[in-house]
Ligand binder design. Structure first.
Ligand code: PLP
Length: 399
């Protein structure tokens, strides 16, 4: 769009009107109670399939109790960045427990996943370097690449040949490959063995953001790296030196972390600007997350339940003739194409008492607007049945 210079007000109104015409305007709804499958949204009781609280820990009584215990021990605000006086014993313990869980030397906490991704890419890459990104990477990885002084380039989703061409092109400088583990809008996964081999061959650094995998995938919940490992060839810290995870999803709390070698973590602690210049997450959240981690390790049934719901959903959706992505994760997408189709489908679901988000560009590529359905271990069989009944209407009523 070309636009003439104008007042701020008229300019913003014109851009908003254009957004609306494209069917891309987003609206917020107010949730009255806790994040759980049975929700109160704008005063309406709904069954929700659009949170990332995969294991159902966001409102777990033990996690809430741990948070209260953390509050009485540490107070609420951290009051400073980690390197000043913000780093508490709870943060330290959580870092050590996460490192132990993931089999890595050390872990560094960030206040959000967005900040972790922007911080890590900026700290590692310099002017003249190149970042190669999967085209469907999370916005925070893409933004991290663009904000860094390195050249950030995207390769076609999962296309290893396109990735290799990006790595060999141009002068030989430092290369970083950045990829989601589980892709957040499609639920499919990065081809780790191929990525590891390519990174080795071109001496590129490999970063995997497993925000949707850790807690959900792998027998012990260690994520895509565990799922893609075999006894004969485990995927180690040497294979994937930079591993990122978030705490706002399967852990049910808030925040994020980077896990890797002692050298990597020490380096990030010195150079990652969102780490240096931002207040530490409240210690009570770190304390509550320690409880989440314990539940995640002890209660393998939550992961099994998630898988069971996922497979039952896929079997049934296929019989309805709906188009699904190639996903074995709790992130499932029903591709509808046009933006307005997705909005219409989401409205029909709402009439049936089911909350599912319509995801449109620029979050996903043009022409691939979709319903994004995510499961929680806390969804009941009856709630799944309600979703499937509502999807039958989509299959019949949305042209
Ligand atoms: C959600 C998500 C993030 C951002 O994490 P926040 O803690 O919500 O900021 C980063 N990467 C991926 C792949 C995500 O899905």
């Amino acid at each position: 769009m070309t636009e003439e210079a104008g007042s701020l007000h008229s300019c913003l109104l014109a851009r908003l009107a254009q957004r609306e015409q494209q069917g891309l305007l987003r609206v917020r709804q107010q949730r009255q109670g806790p994040q759980q499958p049975q929700l109160q949204l704008d005063g309406r009781a709904l069954v929700s399939f659009c949170s990332n609280d995969y294991l159902g820990l966001a409102n777990h009584p033990r996690v809430l109790e741990a948070c209260r215990e953390g509050l009485s021990r540490y107070g609420l605000g951290s009051g400073a960045a980690h390197l000043v006086t913000g780093h508490s014993a709870a943060h330290q313990a959580l870092e050590e427990e996460l490192a132990d869980f993931l089999g890595r030397d050390r872990v560094l906490l960030f206040s959000t996943g967005y900040m972790a991704n922007v911080g890590v890419i900026n700290a590692l890459m310099r002017e003249g370097d190149r970042v190669a990104q999967d085209a469907l990477n999370h916005a925070s990885l893409l933004d991290g690449g663009w904000l860094s002084r390195a050249e950030s380039r995207r390769y076609a989703h999962l296309d290893m040949q396109a990735l290799e061409s990006l790595l060999v092109e141009g002068p030989a400088t430092q290369r970083l490959i950045a990829t989601d583990g589980v892709f957040s809008m499609d639920g499919d996964v990065a081809p780790l063995p191929a990525l590891i081999a390519i990174a080795r061959r071109h001496r590129a650094w490999l970063l995997v953001d497993d925000a949707h995998g850790i807690g959900c995938l792998g027998a012990q919940g260690r994520g895509l790296l565990e799922q893609a490992s075999s006894a004969a060839s485990p995927i180690t810290q040497d294979d994937v030196p930079i591993l990122i995870g978030t705490l706002g999803k399967a852990f049910g709390t808030s925040g994020a972390f980077v896990a890797g070698s002692a050298a990597l973590i020490e380096y990030l602690q010195q150079f990652a600007r969102p780490y240096l210049f931002s207040t530490a997450m409240p210690a009570a959240i770190a304390h509550a997350t320690r409880c989440s981690l314990q539940l995640l390790r002890e209660q393998g049934w939550r992961r099994q339940r998630l898988q069971e719901l996922t497979w039952r959903f896929r079997d049934h959706a296929r019989t309805l003739g709906l188009t699904l992505t190639n996903s074995a994760s709790p992130v499932q997408a029903v591709i509808l194409g046009a933006n307005l189709r997705a909005v219409q489908a989401s409205r029909i679901l709402l009439e049936e008492g089911v909350q599912v988000s319509a995801i449109r560009p620029p979050t996903v590529p043009e022409g691939t607007a979709r319903l994004r359905i995510t499961f929680s271990a806390e969804h009941t069989d009856e709630q799944l049945a309600q979703l499937l009944r509502a999807l039958e209407r989509i299959a019949h009523d949305v042209p």
